[in-house]
Design a protein around this ligand. Structure first.
Ligand code: XMP
Length: 478
């Protein structure tokens, strides 16, 4: 090896976008919609990371409602992950095709358990042939002291229910809900068999969410992560069955034979769900994943806030160079890339998209919001939420527990973490956080004279920073 052969590589912080003539008079007119894969369109170029302190159903619902998408993490058993996907798919379609039901002879205790497990506030009470017998809401059982009380005793019976018909549209449903001040409208056919459920909350959400990222049936988009070992085929099949819109086949070093084999194996049996594979950071990695059938490629080795891969292994690639090179390789195939990790502020999003990414995946910024699954802590008197790398010591141990294997102390000793366990400052709701990020992105695009992301990629010019440029840019009053 010669010193001259060592290439130069850049991170977001090493560059700035050159301001250009702009004819955009309002940043509201800037179009930030994008494509994740050939068939998946987003209204915002944001993806929440498949990490256990970032994305479960609540986060994915918030992301898709705002116009992006969340990827449910895989550090839970298969059924739980599929259930998180189902929660998202049911969250905003105004008709729930298969409402959760319970039998009249079950107990209130069972009903409480079902409601908590499914994350719903009501259950339809049905007989063996799914004929409607009543409805049980959380209000019906809130003050029931005896857990063994039968559902039939606590429910509102069929005779007192107003119902709708399966073919009913949103306007008709809204009229009935409004007239009778109802929260739930079960849909039954001529034989009184349950065919669906409409809730006033879902209709309200639908009316107020034109920007949401939705599937063809008006349900929120969601993705779900899988790995390459053990039960990954079964996991992929169950997630597809739960109607995930995409699978993210994601391991730390994605340019590997195991990812390529797994990708090929899944593609053989699941052809109708797109798969985004990663993580890679080079042209060759991108080419190989696309050749193995990837519908999208996730880019980023070591830029993440909780990553210590570069320190522990010595390997990695500064993220701006990784994005530019991977995009070079992917564009010939019409495949999009996601820039994953290292987004510290909205300006980094503009840079990543200008460098060729179709979207950015974010962990640490989103971990501090109300919708993330992490827990609250107070550090130095300031409210924080937990955030940990998925290759951290704790995450490694949790994974072994989820596999329900006997964990040998030697296995624990052998863990070499490539991530840290920490916390981030609490930031409020996703709506506020995303509003700031997208506001910054729109403004950044107008500085580049770009009315949409395609123009941004085409027009953008970067300049490299010197040390003085760096301090001039980032050392500010606080
Ligand atoms: P940010 O910077 O948004 O990055 O917090 C999120 C991304 O970080 C990656 N990730 C890890 N990388 N060790 C790593 O080297 C880890 O333990 C780890 N956990 C997450 C991942 O790509 C995520 O989307």
């Amino acid at each position: 090896m010669k010193v001259e052969d060592i290439r130069y590589a850049l991170s977001y912080g090493d560059v700035l976008l050159v301001p250009m003539k702009s004819s955009i008079d309002s940043r509201k007119k800037v179009d930030v919609s994008t494509r994740l894969t050939k068939g998946i369109k987003l209204n915002l170029p944001l993806v929440s990371a498949n990490m256990d302190t970032v994305t479960e159903a609540n986060m994915a619902i918030a992301m898709a409602t705002l116009g992006g998408i969340g990827i449910i993490h895989r550090f839970m058993d298969i059924e739980s992950e599929a259930n998180e996907v189902r929660k998202v798919k049911r969250a905003q379609s105004y008709i729930i095709d298969k409402p959760y039901c319970i039998r009249p002879d079950e107990t209130v205790e069972e009903a409480r358990y079902e409601m908590a497990k499914r994350g719903v506030m009501s259950l339809l009470v049905v007989d063996k042939s799914f004929k409607l017998l009543g409805i049980l809401t959380d209000r019906d059982i809130r003050f029931v002291k005896d857990d063994k009380t039968k559902v039939s005793k606590a429910m509102t019976p069929r005779a007192r229910l107003i119902v709708g018909t399966p073919g009913m549209n949103d306007e008709e449903a809204l009229k009935i809900l409004d007239k009778h001040r109802l929260e739930k409208l079960p849909l039954v056919d001529r034989n009184n068999v349950v065919r669906g459920l409409i809730t006033s909350k879902d209709i309200y959400k639908m009316i107020h969410s034109e920007n949401s990222a939705k599937d063809r049936r008006g349900r929120l988009l969601v993705g779900a992560a899988i790995g390459v070992k053990g039960d990954y085929m079964e996991r992929a099949a169950k997630l597809a069955e739960a109607e995930t819109d995409l699978l993210v086949l994601d391991i730390a070093h994605g340019h590997s034979a195991s990812v390529i084999n797994a990708l090929k194996n899944i593609k053989k049996v699941i052809s109708d769900v797109p798969i985004i594979a990663g993580n890679v950071a080079t042209k060759e990695g991108t080419e190989d994943l696309i050749a193995a059938g990837a519908d999208g490629v996730k880019v980023g080795i070591g830029p993440g806030a909780a990553c210590i891969t570069r320190t522990v292994t010595g390997a990695g690639m500064p993220q701006l160079t990784a994005v530019i090179e991977c995009h070079e390789a992917s564009k010939a195939h019409g495949i999009e890339i996601i820039a994953d990790g290292g987004i510290k502020a909205s300006g980094d999003i503009t840079k990543a998209l200008a460098a060729g990414a179709c979207s950015v995946m974010i962990g640490s910024i989103f971990a501090g919001t109300d919708e993330s699954p992490g827990y609250f802590t107070i550090r130095d008197g300031v409210k924080h939420k937990s955030y940990r790398g998925m290759a951290s010591f704790g995450a490694n141990v949790s994974r072994k527990r989820i596999d329900k294997r006997e964990v040998d102390p030697q296995e624990i000793f052998d863990i070499v973490p490539e991530g840290v366990e920490s916390s981030v400052v609490y930031k409020g709701s996703m709506k506020e956080v995303v509003n700031q990020l997208i506001g910054g992105l729109r403004s950044g695009m107008s500085y580049c004279g770009a009315a949409n992301l395609e123009e941004l990629r085409k027009n953008a010019k970067f300049v490299r920073l010197t040390n003085s440029g760096l301090s001039e840019s980032y050392e500010k009053l606080s």
